[in-house]
Design a protein around this ligand. Structure first.
Ligand SMILES: [Zn+2]
Length: 149
């Protein structure tokens, strides 16, 4: 199908679809192409390129910008965040910081080689998983929100 922009003798512009240019010419010469406004069969093709379906001559709508995940924090969320912050503060202030030797220290305590106490420090994801698999319960610290502000 081809879309033609047409104009009648009175100057009315309109558009119509035809199977082909030949079909348009045949219909036009037989007076079958009439202006929808005044009914005149004296129509001419406007001087412009025909639009072909699927050829993309239709002006495309501007592409929308990709969406970004965003969130507005509700007051309840702020409260929860404050609680997580408090939990982190509580955990870190009431336990010994052992830094990167957390994994070793946790294993020593688990094996009874050192006194049991609360500790915190750094461990890789693999270390933490290995500890859990060995029956040593470790939990990730809540995030330090001040880092994200
Ligand atoms: Zn007309």
């Amino acid at each position: 199908m081809i879309r033609y922009a047409l104009r009648c003798e009175a100057g009315h512009a309109f558009e119509s679809w035809f199977p082909s240019f030949e079909a348009f010419e045949q219909q036009r010469q037989r007076g079958l192409v009439a202006c929808p406004l005044c009914g005149s069969a004296k129509v001419e093709k406007q001087l412009m390129a025909p639009s072909v379906v699927r050829a993309g001559r239709e002006s495309p709508a501007p592409a929308p910008l990709p969406a970004q995940p965003v969130a507005l924090m509700a007051p309840e969320d702020q409260e929860l965040r404050a609680k997580l912050q408090a939990l982190r503060t509580h955990l870190t202030e009431n336990s010994d910081y052992v830094g990167p030797s957390f994994s070793d220290e946790a294993r020593r305590m688990h094996a009874g080689e050192s006194a049991h106490r609360s500790i915190w420090g750094e461990a890789t994801a693999e270390d933490a998983r290995a500890l859990v698999e060995d029956g040593i319960e470790v939990v990730p610290l809540p995030p330090a929100f001040e880092d994200c502000n």
